[in-house]
Ligand binder design. Structure first.
Ligand code: SAH
Length: 507
């Protein structure tokens, strides 16, 4: 018999941040994930590299995988894997057919666990500033389906009771039947001026809401092209409260922004963009690889006590240095005698995670200003200075330090290269640019610019109204050389700085 466990995990309604801590941990450990269309596939980036991920989503033009096939798939995968996550949108057991899959597990003698999730009805209301209960007026909530199981001979819904229910009525899967739902409730005596709200694609950057009453909500939704997935709320609470619609009020709400860094950097950038309501369009343009296994870098790392100053210019430099040191069976103690300077707070923060506080974080970002600041701090004449950077780092920093009298060693601990792209992702981005679906393209380094041009024709951006956002002067110079003038160059050269500029530019 199989000793696998099937975890039925609620993915939450869309915003990937709305999965539970337990659900996220189980995803990280999973050998196999079987996921629905409503579960945000961004959550799969938490999975192990070798995890098998299987979509049972409805694809355009195709029917969704039929329930008996999903049941059979679970049993089959339990023979091959130990730890299986069945990832379902919202809460796994609310209108999710989990019970059919769980019965299959019981019959097959498979161990299972259920991890509840945030259901779309609650999340849609809360992301739209609608309070499903309220001490003064609304003491009950009813979650109902707007579409009963196809082929079911009778209805389980007591429309008369629903019409007289004085709490918040929340309909799932109601868009196909909205008109009928409203008419039936009205026919059973629900006042036609009862407030109603429909929230589409709740908790994501494409969230939209239409408000009205039982009398006109179906017409208003049709006029606004509101479609599934959407939640219908009927009752006094659906009116919401003045100023309560907080999510769509985010400064970058709905903006579609292409991000072009390496996978890890993009993930961080995407999280930050989502937090301000934007929709990141992910293009993993570059890869960052180890470059410590060469004679010059090894010699520098072997002999760190020989240096007066060590300079890190990026968080990547810090990470790759410490990974290389770990390979050499060395640790942070090798930095006991050298002083350390970090360019940028983020670099210093990364260094701190290895237990070392930077001695100096210059306020300037440009190489010359930085060398000057360091020279003001300490006479650099004959001082031995080690730079731990990338193979393509510009020479102006070592030159400026040498000009101040320093004896500079420039060692590369990592290298950056354009990532091999799958045609699908590139085609999708090109199509979105052509369709006017993109608001901005962001570049965080010269290498992201080059990687992007490598696959996306430059004229496409030149001819479009898409904003180009650059992280700093060096990246801007490269863009300008290619005939593209960025709409803004961040004055603080971090992704946070770029988000701040975009916020200012668009609000
Ligand atoms: N188990 C899910 C519901 C599955 S039924 C949960 O607990 O949320 C599918 C229905 O959920 C959709 O037809 C829609 O009514 C609702 N839904 C799911 N995600 C949604 C979203 N992001 N915004 C609005 N409605 C959503």
């Amino acid at each position: 018999m199989s000793d696998a466990t099937i975890y039925f995990v609620g993915a939450g309604p869309g915003d990937p941040g709305l999965i539970t801590v337990k659900g996220k941990r189980l995803l990280e450990q999973a050998d196999c994930v079987i996921y629905d269309g409503l579960a945000n596939s961004a959550l799969l980036s938490d999975c192990k590299g070798d995890a098998e991920t299987i979509s049972v989503a409805k694809r355009s033009g195709h029917h969704s995988v039929k329930q008996p096939e999903i049941n059979a798939l679970i049993v089959e995968k339990a023979k091959q894997h130990q730890h299986i996550v069945r990832l379902k949108g919202g809460d796994p057991c609310l209108f999710g057919r989990a019970v059919e899959e769980i019965k299959t597990c019981i019959e097959a003698g498979l161990a299972f666990e259920i991890v509840p999730g945030i259901t779309a009805g609650a999340a849609a209301a809360e992301y739209a500033g609608i309070f499903l209960t309220d001490r003064d007026h609304t003491s009950a909530v009813c979650f109902a389906t707007g579409r009963e199981a196809e082929g079911k001979p009778h209805t389980d819904l007591n429309w008369n009771a629903l019409a007289s229910f004085n709490g918040s009525l929340v309909f799932y899967m109601g868009m196909g039947n909205l008109e009928t739902i409203c008419q039936t409730l009205a026919a059973q005596g629900k006042p036609i001026d009862t407030p109603a709200a429909v929230i589409q694609q709740a908790t994501g950057p494409r969230q939209r809401m239409v408000k009205g009453t039982l009398a006109d909500i179906a017409r208003l939704c049709e006029a606004e092209n509101i479609a599934a997935p959407a939640i219908v709320i009927i009752g006094a609470s659906a009116a919401g409260i003045e100023g309560g619609d907080w999510f769509t009020a985010h400064p970058l709400f709905g903006k579609r922004i292409v991000i072009t860094r390496d996978a890890k950097g993009n993930r961080l950038f995407a999280e930050k963009l989502s937090a301000v309501g934007a929709e990141p369009i992910v293009f993993d343009g570059i890869e960052i690889l180890d470059n410590s296994q060469n004679e010059a870098t090894q010699a520098a790392l072997e002999n760190l006590s020989a240096y007066d100053w060590v300079l890190f210019t990026s968080a990547n430099g810090v990470t790759h240095t410490f990974e290389a040191l770990a390979e050499m069976k060395k640790d942070a103690r090798v930095f006991a005698t050298a002083k350390i300077a970090c360019i940028g707070r983020q670099t210093a923060d990364k260094l701190q995670t290895y237990g070392i506080t930077a001695d100096f974080v210059p306020s300037a970002f440009t190489s010359v200003a930085l060398a000057k600041e360091l020279a003001e701090l300490e006479r650099l004449k004959h001082k031995k200075i080690l730079l731990l950077r990338s193979t393509i780092a510009p020479k102006d920093l070592p030159d400026a330090l040498s000009d101040c009298g320093g004896d500079v060693t420039d060692a590369a601990v990592y290298r950056v290269r354009a990532k091999e792209q799958s045609g699908d992702i590139v085609d999708e981005i090109i199509a979105q640019i052509k369709d006017g679906q993109v608001d901005a393209v962001t570049f965080t380094s010269g290498s992201t610019v080059e990687a992007f041009w490598h696959v996306v024709p430059i004229e496409l951006l030149r001819e479009s109204k898409i904003d180009i956002i650059s992280i700093g002067p060096a990246t801007t110079a490269l863009l300008e050389a290619a005939g593209l003038k960025p709409n803004c160059t961040a004055s603080v050269h971090t992704v946070d700085g770029m988000i701040e500029e975009m916020t200012e530019m668009w609000t």
